[in-house]
Design a protein around this ligand. Structure first.
Ligand SMILES: C[S@@+](CC[C@H](N)C(=O)[O-])C[C@H]1O[C@@H](n2cnc3c(N)ncnc32)[C@H](O)[C@@H]1O
Length: 301
């Protein structure tokens, strides 16, 4: 509300400062239209007549998100989760209220919690039963002000028969796809062979990831968006650009690249305690310490 009154005051100010009558008439007409009409795009509910009100929605390709949102059911305890602001930003830009979102790597359920909060239905797939069960508990703790649905599928995202599983839940298709896969073997989520963090080689990791891109492609509506959140890794003294490798894997399919967002990377507790040591290692090894990850945005053709 404060944001809105600030916006209206700014518009009044602009009207008063206009140098010509015609210019002030133009500003008045624009304000009246912003307050009385709604114009949205086909992928979200943002009123384009009032775009100046959305100060909290990011439009730059560099995201510096200082503090994790820990409100509501977001406990932040799962090792390898992403911060809720990522799905929050993406859901508001790329979905409308009541639409369906698919997260192929559910983890602790961050996307599903955030979906409830912003009034989107969401389905998440998770390989590990225990992880899925604890996500379900956390998701249930979040209020459901818009009475939306959340569904969890336990299984390997590269093998789940997406169409059948969704239809079983009376979901015809989804309007937004989000993936936050393991960054290959940086965090080992389990000993399960189907777990992407256990892929024996980079090639195997990319093959499995590609299969998941194929499996999900069929259930995403045409002209809708897919966000891939991933970081790189070091191995044998070399930077392994997992981000660009996985991006290429997606671009082999019928997706076009809309944006590459660089997001600051939260230091893990371990690294925070060993800051000096890592700086020393960087000097010795001639490398830079990871401080960023990527959000690749694709559009289905
Ligand atoms: C990086 S985490 C996702 C974290 C999630 N975004 C969150 O905020 O909690 C990746 C998850 O993918 C799961 N996973 C790994 N391989 C999988 C596969 N083949 N199919 C489905 N889930 C898989 C892991 O168990 C892990 O929970």
């Amino acid at each position: 509300m404060a944001q809105r009154s600030g916006y209206i005051l700014n518009e009044f100010d602009q009207i008063l400062r206009a140098r010509t009558i015609n210019r002030s008439k133009y500003y008045i007409k624009r304000l009246v239209r912003a307050l009385t009409e709604t114009k949205t795009s086909s992928v979200n509910d943002l009123n384009l007549h009032r775009w100046k009100e959305y100060n909290d929605i990011l439009t730059d390709s560099l995201w510096i998100l200082e503090k994790r949102d820990t409100s509501g059911a977001h406990h932040g305890a799962y090792w390898g989760n992403f911060i809720p602001q990522i799905p929050h930003q993406l859901l508001r830009r790329y979905t409308k209220k009541g639409e369906w979102v698919l997260d192929a790597f559910l983890g602790s359920g961050t996307t599903l919690i955030e979906s409830k909060r912003v009034g989107r239905n969401a389905v998440g797939i998770e390989l590990l039963k225990k992880v899925a069960a604890s996500a379900a508990k956390a998701i249930a703790l979040e209020d459901n002000p818009y009475k939306t649905r959340t569904e969890i599928i336990i299984g390997d995202s590269s093998r789940v028969d997406m169409k059948t599983e969704l239809l079983r839940r009376k979901i015809k298709s989804v309007q937004f796809l989000i993936m936050h896969p393991p960054y290959w073997d940086i965090v080992k989520f389990s000993k399960n062979k189907r777990d992407l963090s256990n892929a024996a080689s980079l090639e195997e990791f990319l093959t499995l990831f590609g299969k998941i891109v194929d499996a999900t492609y069929q259930v995403l509506d045409k002209s809708r968006y897919f966000a891939l959140v991933i970081g790189d890794k070091y191995s044998g003294g070399s930077w392994i650009p997992l981000g660009f490798y996985t991006m290429q894997e997606v671009l082999k399919r019928r997706y076009s690249l809309k944006s590459i967002i660089i997001k600051n990377f939260d230091e893990t507790k371990g690294k925070r305690n060993q800051k000096e040591l890592w700086r020393y290692r960087a000097f010795v090894g001639g490398f830079y310490i990871f401080k960023h990850e990527y959000i690749f945005l694709f559009k289905k053709e």
